[in-house]
Design a binder for this molecule. Structure first.
Ligand code: AMP
Length: 117
């Protein structure tokens, strides 16, 4: 799928839509999900324009993949989720229900989560 720069996360990156920011560096932006599905629900997005995780892995450098992976864990720790754990979700495509076509990782935690993956 071709990247559509009109998606909501691209607008957040351009500063056209506000977000409740948690963390930002050259490679990623982390912010709270607007419709939380757990007590703590954060999103980590790449600054690079990738539709989803397969697109990212295929078209980015090893350094970019490592930076994204490490940022997700750093944000989870920053949110205090290290001890009790958290769920990491990467929706990919139609069957996953992916709504926003810009790579993002969901970090869910802060409470005991349901059995559903
Ligand atoms: P996905 O279904 O994996 O594409 O998840 C997209 C997520 O983005 C959903 O959990 C939405 O609640 C969230 N979302 C949509 N718009 C915004 C926004 N403006 N700020 C923060 N989160 C958003």
């Amino acid at each position: 799928m071709e990247y559509d720069s009109n998606n909501v996360f691209a607008k957040i990156l351009r500063g056209e839509i506000p977000c409740h920011k948690i963390y930002e560096d050259d490679a990623v932006l982390a912010f709270y999900d607007i419709a939380p599905k757990a007590k703590i629900h954060a999103l980590v997005i790449t600054k690079g324009m990738f539709v989803d995780y397969p697109d990212f892995v295929e078209h980015s450098t090893d350094e970019e993949v490592a930076a994204f992976s490490r940022s997700i864990i750093a944000v989870a720790h920053h949110l205090g989720l290290q001890k009790e754990g958290f769920r990491l979700v990467l929706n990919v495509g139609k069957n996953s229900g992916q709504e926003v076509p810009h790579l993002h990782a969901h970090i869910l935690g802060g409470e005991k989560l349901g059995a559903q993956l």
